[in-house]
Design a protein around this ligand. Structure first.
Ligand code: ADP
Ligand code: MG
Length: 611
């Protein structure tokens, strides 16, 4: 223990240095604060110069409204801000900054030079942290802030900086995040005297292309949904393009980049039954919500937000993304996915409101992928309508396609029909269905496709509490392990809701008396073993929706046509028609594609026809 010391107020520089610890970790955090200030000053052009990964120098020059000579010294004072002046304003803040501590913090851990000029001034004025009396300077309207030798004054923090290259990488990432949200601002980045990014003012889709590359544009699906005071806009990767690599994930709330674990969970949840293996979703999503409904003052770097009604926000995001994904169809023919995303993005909720005619600015059809899907198969007519669908019950294909067979000739269907997934011609190796469409050739993985159909049906009827079970003629008797007896007892009611009627018939014996009618002839015992395994893994009495979906997916997998089962042409066509009516039919329950398409042009190319 040291000797007694009297209580003292900390000197202001030390206070600022402590505060800086929270907000300023590295050059990239300085850059973020400076760029955000330029945005708040309504700049349309922001020039960034970095030397030595930003450790030696960061300068940000903007053409915003500037700071008057009188206000200059205040800009470097803690808790001096022009952005809010009451609690009421804090509650609906829509500027990036509002605490008035960034510049003071940065100035306390570096050598800061600030020059600025407003419209009404004949020249710029400059101050430094050490000399706060403004002196005349050169410069056009706007602000220039230069930060040199970051953390030289605080060696303890300097030690934590990484290599210049790494720090530069962080700076670039910071710039990307901001630039994606502000296509209406021209950004230019120079590192060690080399221009490394130059993104002129552009439409949103062009900015996305500039920042994230052409592939991202090609592989994503457009998201756009609005409900009362909330809106979700942006793009997400189509599942078949997702990869296991660390993928870019950008999430914004009212124009501000955030890491919100709840929202990220909602996004992953939406992908939960369409992503193969450990692939990760890639997304660029902008959530707009009435600023009164969200608290941004949670974290010093403002990376976290809190929603007044976070359950509702969670559901909105989950539902929007699930239905976007449900509509996606894998499309190997998508060579030109460029027609969407051609619109300005609002930077704040207020602006989405100002642009109340938001939707009117948009091209009439937005989802180019939907359009392509339609174009690919136009004209699209189901002129067999409902009766067709009702006649077909995929799990018992053979028994129920008689009605269909009556109307068919040759390949099994009237050749004049134009079905999106075409007309089945043959089965390959007991695994694939070969189908001729109006524009080309389709190959369908019949097990994967059927599995998805059964799964979607199971989910739907489960949700409607109408999952019908069918009594088995001969109950399946199964030997189970001691610990599984408890599992079954605990979950008896839930299993019943899933269409599985089970009774215990001995110390370690169960009777499976009924299974979901949709599963047709499946291997009941295999399925039950899998379900028990799932239950053991979950280890909870009350299953949540995600877990129930998992179990349904397992059941669907076992109740689906296995490879090597010969299908008749009618059965194959019945399966194709069912796929056309099923959401997410392009991917099986494990996220593998269910079909691939080759356009006639592609086939012609293979054979050098017409060349
Ligand atoms: P905050 O952004 O939270 O208000 P800062 O410390 O980042 O706090 O900035 C303090 C003040 O300095 C701002 O409120 C603003 O008035 C002024 N300011 C800072 N940077 C700029 C800029 N680039 N253009 C115009 N004004 C600026
Ligand atoms: Mg600020």
């Amino acid at each position: 223990m040291s000797a007694y010391r009297p209580i003292q107020t900390l000197n202001p520089t030390l206070v600022n240095q402590i505060a800086a610890g929270e907000v300023i970790e590295r050059p990239a955090s300085v850059l973020k604060e400076l760029i955000e200030n330029s945005i708040d000053a309504q700049a349309s052009q922001i020039d960034i110069r970095l030397d030595g990964g930003g450790i030696r120098r960061i300068s940000v020059t903007d053409n915003g409204h500037g700071i008057s000579k009188e206000d200059l010294p205040l800009a470097l004072k803690t808790h001096a801000t022009s952005k809010i002046c009451s609690l009421e304003e804090l509650e609906q803040v829509d500027s990036m900054g509002f605490r008035g501590e960034a510049l003071a913090s940065i100035a306390s851990v570096s050598y800061l030079h600030l020059s600025s000029r407003t419209e009404n001034s004949k020249h710029a004025w400059a101050i430094t942290a050490s000399n706060q009396a403004p002196e005349p300077a050169h410069g056009s309207v706007g602000t220039r802030i230069e930060v040199r030798a970051l953390f030289d004054k605080v060696p303890a923090r300097r030690k934590f900086l990484r290599t210049e290259r790494t720090e530069y990488g962080h700076c670039l990432q910071t710039l990307r995040r901001i630039a994606l949200a502000y296509p209406n601002i021209h950004f230019r980045l120079t590192h060690n005297d080399r221009i490394t990014a130059n993104w002129p003012v552009n439409e949103f889709h062009q900015r996305v292309r500039d920042v994230l590359g052409e592939d991202f544009i090609q592989q994503c699906a457009l998201v756009d949904n609005e409900h009362e005071n909330i809106k979700l806009f942006g793009c997400i990767i189509r599942p078949e393009f997702a990869s296991t690599k660390k993928s870019p994930q950008y999430l914004y709330v009212n124009g501000r980049f955030v890491r919100d674990y709840r929202l990220q969970h909602a996004i992953r949840q939406a992908y939960s039954d369409v992503l193969h293996g450990d692939r990760q979703p890639t997304f660029l999503l902008f959530l707009y919500i009435d600023p009164k409904e969200v608290d941004v003052n949670v974290h010093p770097a403002k990376h976290e937000v809190r929603f007044r009604n976070d359950g509702a926000v969670y559901r909105f995001v989950l539902d929007t993304l699930s239905s976007t994904l449900a509509k996606q169809q894998p499309n190997t023919y998508s060579s030109n996915a460029d027609t969407s995303l051609t619109k300005p993005i609002p930077t704040s909720y207020a602006k989405t409101q100002q642009q109340s005619a938001w939707r009117n600015h948009l091209p009439p059809q937005q989802t180019s992928f939907d359009q392509q899907w339609k174009k690919l198969y136009e004209p699209l007519e189901y002129n067999q309508q409902a009766p067709l669908k009702e006649q077909i019950n995929a799990p018992n294909l053979g028994a129920t396609t008689t009605g269909l067979a009556n109307q068919t000739t040759g390949t099994g269907l009237n050749q004049k029909e134009n079905f999106p997934l075409g007309i089945a011609i043959a089965q390959l190796h007991g695994i694939y269905i070969l189908s001729q469409t109006e524009k080309g050739l389709l190959l369908i993985d019949m097990h994967a496709a059927h599995e998805r159909i059964v799964y979607e049906r199971l989910k739907k009827s489960y949700e409607q509490e109408s999952l019908a079970s069918q009594e088995l003629l001969v109950p399946v008797v199964m030997q189970i392990e001691e610990k599984e007896v408890g599992l079954i007892e605990e979950h008896l009611d839930q299993l019943k809701a899933l269409g599985l009627k089970i009774s215990l018939s001995g110390p370690q014996l169960i009777n499976i008396r009924a299974i979901p009618a949709m599963l047709g002839q499946s291997d009941v015992e295999m399925m039950m073993r899998q379900v028990l395994k799932e239950l053991a893994d979950i280890g909870k009495v009350q299953l949540v929706q995600e877990q129930i979906h998992h179990i349904l997916a397992t059941m669907a997998c076992h109740g689906s046509i296995r490879a090597n089962r010969a299908l008749t042409i009618e059965e194959m066509n019945a399966l194709l028609r069912d796929m056309e009516q099923t959401e997410r039919a392009g991917l099986c329950n494990h996220g593998r594609p269910t079909w691939h398409f080759w356009h006639l042009n592609d086939l012609d190319k293979l054979f050098l026809r017409g060349q």
